[in-house]
Design a protein around this ligand. Structure first.
Ligand code: ZN
Length: 503
């Protein structure tokens, strides 16, 4: 007898439909699993045998049993196929009517006693079900909240294999129970009110949020670079419903256990020892990396010069293209990676260059080598460079800073102006689909004069000129004026070349 059940495989950030074909026949007893399962999938035989026995099913193993996972071109890994395989095997004996398995997705790992364990990637699987018109899904209880994010699929949370079999066999499936109300446990994002002083860095953070610019914070250890970076998501506009589902699906595909749709913009801060696979994604069955986990949010790289050179080079693609290409067995895969980069570094190896109180103890050669570790092309893609000075006494005892919600309102208004100019949705000033920056930011007389002088004095490239113009455009948007004026160009120049000469 042959029976087919449906389940899903997650590759990158998307799920693909997998048909589990189970066949039992007389002949020499043998269990064969085909269709590119890796060893972790082949181990499911042991779990399924024990679960069937311990749940009291009289399944006969002394015959020829073949399980085929189609399509065979898709590599299968992990334990999420257990449930579909077990139910499929029972269907070959008629314990589950095979036709009823045509429109239900079965997902879950089996424990030896037949209880169901949660798996990763549930949200992309439910999005797949919706896409393919599969109207119902049986999932482990602990995956239920995440599964219910997709409202068009009936989600049946079950605790064990017998519960799943009962549901799958019922021609008139009852409506799933109403989910209990979600306990909102999202912690409040860090607030800018905690940051005292730091006027220049706070301004840079606001400009970065308003224009979607990348930001580099340069300052000695303990000046508060990380504290500042963590406060960027809190002044960005909230995720749109589409962004929320898209972002949550990426985190689910990566393997995060989720209770509900993510509402806060992600903030990812990989350590400088991170491998390229961890940072940009990849692997034999591609998984998203930090750049994709930061999609629609912030990627924070602390100690930028400590990252390995080729890891930093690998960032150029996602910064330019808002996506990253990872290689797989057959061809390549594109993963979304639209993030805002915030990088932080010390001004020199000892960290105290430019600090009048401590003084720098580095050799000129050491300083040079340190700066050279971050390539020019990467720095070129960071519009805003700002010096974060160590706090002065007056700052520490001074009043608290302006709170995030006040800053967020200005950011929202500036973005609304940009969106209106680009015809509806926010795009980074001068991004490809937002029109050329030279068209949307025509500086006035004084602005033009300053730009020309800067080009000549600093020897700016065409690209650097355009990046400067983008920041100037954002500054005008924050101020609420249409024309880019000299003061905007002057401030944009400050952000590009902030370092005081301390040689
Ligand atoms: Zn130093």
């Amino acid at each position: 007898m042959l029976a087919t059940s449906l389940t899903a495989a997650v590759v990158g950030v998307d799920a693909h439909l997998v048909r589990v074909e189970a066949d039992t026949a007389g002949g020499f007893p043998r269990f064969t699993m085909v269709g590119l399962p890796d060893s972790s999938v082949r181990e499911s035989e042991g779990r399924i045998r024990a679960a069937l026995r311990n749940c009291g099913y009289q399944f006969k193993w002394d015959r020829r049993i073949t399980v085929n996972m189609a399509p065979a071109s898709l590599r299968k890994m992990g334990s999420s196929y257990d449930l579909a395989t077990a139910v499929g095997l029972l269907a070959t004996d008629g314990l589950v009517p095979s036709p009823l398995l045509r429109d239900i997705l079965l997902v879950g790992e089996l424990a030896l006693d037949g209880s169901l364990r949660p798996v990763g990637g549930i949200l992309p699987m439910m999005l797949l079900a919706r896409r393919r018109g599969i109207r119902a899904a049986i999932v482990p209880e602990r995956n239920a909240r995440e599964a219910r994010i997709v409202s068009d699929v009936r989600v049946y949370p079950v605790a064990s294999l017998p519960d799943a079999v009962a549901l799958a066999s019922s021609p008139e499936r009852p409506l799933p129970p109403e989910p209990p109300p979600a306990a909102s446990s999202a912690p409040a994002p860090a607030d800018l009110a905690d940051v005292r002083g730091q006027a220049a860095a706070r301004r840079a953070l606001e400009v970065a949020a308003a224009g979607g610019h990348n930001l580099l914070l340069v300052g000695p250890p303990g000046a508060g670079k990380t504290m500042l970076a963590r406060r960027l998501p809190g002044i960005l506009p909230p995720l749109t419903p589409e962004e929320a589902v898209e972002t949550t699906a990426i985190h689910s595909a990566w393997g995060a256990r989720l209770e509900d749709v993510l509402t806060a913009r992600p903030f990812r801060s990989p350590h400088h020892t991170a491998s390229d696979a961890a940072l940009v994604g990849g692997g034999s069955i591609p998984r998203p990396g930090e750049v994709s986990l930061a999609h629609n949010g912030v990627l924070f790289l602390d100690e930028l010069p400590e990252f390995r050179r080729h890891v930093l080079e690998a960032l150029r693609e996602p910064i330019e293209d808002k996506a990253v290409t990872v290689s797989r067995v057959r061809g390549t895969l594109r993963l979304p990676a639209r993030f805002q980069l915030v990088a932080a570094m010390n001004p020199c190896p000892c960290g105290f260059r430019g600090d009048a109180r401590r003084g720098c103890s580095c050799t000129p050669h050491g300083r040079l080598r340190y700066g050279a570790r971050v390539s020019g092309p990467l720095l070129d893609r960071i519009d805003l460079h700002v010096v974060v000075a160590p706090l002065a006494y007056g700052d520490i005892v001074g009043p608290p800073g302006e709170p995030s919600d006040v800053v967020a309102r200005r950011v929202r208004e500036a973005r609304a102006r940009q969106a209106a100019r680009a015809g509806g949705s926010f795009v980074l000033n001068g991004d490809r689909d937002g029109g050329s920056i030279r068209e949307i930011a025509r500086p006035d007389h004084e602005g033009t004069r300053l730009l020309r002088a800067a080009m000549e004095r600093l020897g700016l490239t065409g690209r650097a000129h355009d990046r400067l113009l983008r920041v100037a455009r954002t500054l005008a948007d924050l101020e609420g004026v249409e024309e880019v004026a000299g003061r905007h160009v002057a401030e944009a120049l400050q952000f590009r070349h902030p370092e005081p000469d301390t040689e």
